[in-house]
Design a protein around this ligand. Structure first.
Ligand SMILES: NC(=O)c1ccc[n+]([C@@H]2O[C@H](COP(=O)([O-])OP(=O)(O)OC[C@H]3O[C@@H](n4cnc5c(N)ncnc54)[C@H](O)[C@@H]3O)[C@@H](O)[C@H]2O)c1
Length: 413
């Protein structure tokens, strides 16, 4: 069928920052234009929405009021890419207006908000998709296939360690992510990806979570601090100095728009009031009885992860790097180590695009009707809930110094 004759899905984008404008704006229209019609851009900052409209290359109308947009535009699907703590209100109102929702992770930031979303989805019968793009990376698919084939028997334990480098990790401490009220902490904002991967790989969910955490690098640990990099007296001596003016994308989306709402892209990573940890360790048990050791560190010389599944018949292991200052193989190498047998190296080529091609596959799954899903990669609200609630349990555990059962949070109706 010719692309122009296809029925296009009428979407509206809510939250026109980096993720919305890039992944769900510019890139979505570039690759899936014959499947998607962008009907509206909504953001509480009209200057950023205007910049986003230019970057995306669309004539879609701009709204600063969600209710007005929903009533006037009546989109089929609302794509939610706003600040994490605002997702619940937007999702619930979109569902109640008769829309389906595609939301960025984390689905939301607290157990109460999570429950509200699940109840609204059940009440309205409309669907929430949660964009867990890591499930779609080529290595993730291969690992999942190997686990399903029983390559290492029954999984008994998992070693899972995620490293955020001094560029990406620091970025979370420059912005709203650095505050629990907006992001739920990195246990929720970032680890939601990882807890979801665990749930998906294992076909299970967390039961009990014990965590410890500390702020060891950013915030009050800094040797000095300033209002923002652009006007900081310590710029020349600070390893974390970010020059927004050197990046046209960041300049367009954040510089002029910051005059409207004061949201700057180069906030100081050493602000005294930062209240989330950057160094986190978790021990969790799944409902299926798998023991998991997980950690997340946000100030590392490498960006990537180490993941190993230990089973009754062997071990499946991967070390994947997204950025590092030494040579690593061009493609990913999965190690399949069977007890009492020689090891096997399985090479998985990277695909082009974000998250080793995962972002493109996710968009195809969501926007090309009939795309098959034999590995269950498409994630709904329940998967979104289970992942974020694991993070909420970890944060609670780290504060209270005791194991927390996900059930006790009351996030699932
Ligand atoms: N899956 C991934 O790999 C990935 C990567 C980056 C970001 N994300 C997610 O995407 C979302 C956006 O992240 P970002 O980096 O673009 O953040 P951002 O701060 O750049 O953009 C957020 C936008 O939301 C707007 N906003 C805030 N409150 C709003 C409200 N109530 N209604 C409408 N708009 C509102 C802000 O003005 C801003 O323009 C987050 O939830 C984040 O977790 C996911």
């Amino acid at each position: 069928m010719d692309g122009s004759t296809l029925q296009r899905r009428r979407v509206a984008l809510v939250g026109t920052g980096h993720r919305g404008t890039g992944m769900w704006g510019k890139e979505l229209l570039a690759g899936w234009r014959n499947r998607v019609e962008m009907t509206a851009l909504m953001d509480i900052n009209p200057v950023r929405a205007e910049a986003a409209r230019r970057e995306i290359g669309t004539n879609a109308p701009i709204y600063t009021d969600l209710s007005q947009m929903l009533a006037e535009v009546r989109p089929e699907t609302v794509i939610v890419t706003s600040r994490d703590d605002t997702h619940d209100e937007i999702i619930v109102r979109a569902l109640e207006a008769g829309c389906h929702v595609i939301t960025e992770k984390p689905m939301t930031t607290t157990a109460e908000k999570c429950r509200r979303i699940l109840e609204a989805e059940a009440r309205t019968g409309n669907r929430v998709d949660v964009t867990f793009n890591y499930r779609f990376a080529p290595t993730a698919r291969r690992m999942k296939e190997l686990l399903l084939e029983g390559a290492i028997g029954e999984v008994t334990s998992v070693d899972f360690h995620w490293y955020l480098d001094t560029q990406h990790g620091a970025d979370y401490f420059r912005r709203w992510h650095a505050f629990e009220q907006y992001s739920g902490s990195l246990f929720v904002h970032k680890a939601t990806h990882h807890f979801d991967l665990l749930n998906w790989y294992l076909g299970s969910e967390a039961d009990t979570v014990y965590a410890t955490a500390a702020l060891r690098h950013y915030g009050r640990n800094g040797p000095f601090r300033g209002p923002r990099c652009k006007i900081c007296p310590h710029a020349a001596e600070c390893d974390f100095f970010l020059d927004v003016s050197a990046d046209p994308w960041l300049t367009a989306l954040y510089e002029a728009p910051s005059e409207f709402d004061g949201y700057v892209r180069d906030g100081c990573v050493f602000r005294e009031e930062i209240d989330i940890p950057d160094t986190m360790a978790v021990t969790l048990t799944t409902k299926s009885g798998v023991r998991v050791s997980y950690s997340l560190n946000a100030c590392m010389p490498i960006e990537g992860h180490h993941l190993a599944f230990n089973g009754t018949k062997g071990r499946l292991e991967i070390r994947q790097y997204e950025r590092q200052r030494y040579e690593v193989p061009k493609d990913d190498e999965i190690l399949l180590l069977r007890n009492f047998q020689p090891g096997e190296k399985i090479v998985v080529p990277h695909a082009a695009g974000g998250h080793f091609g995962g972002d493109d596959r996710l968009r195809t799954m969501l926007f090309v009707p009939g795309t098959e899903d034999p590995l269950g990669q498409r994630a709904g609200a329940r998967a979104g809930a289970l992942a974020l609630l694991t993070g909420v349990a970890a944060l609670k555990s780290s504060k209270e110094g005791r194991p927390v059962r996900v059930e006790e949070l009351g996030g699932l109706p």
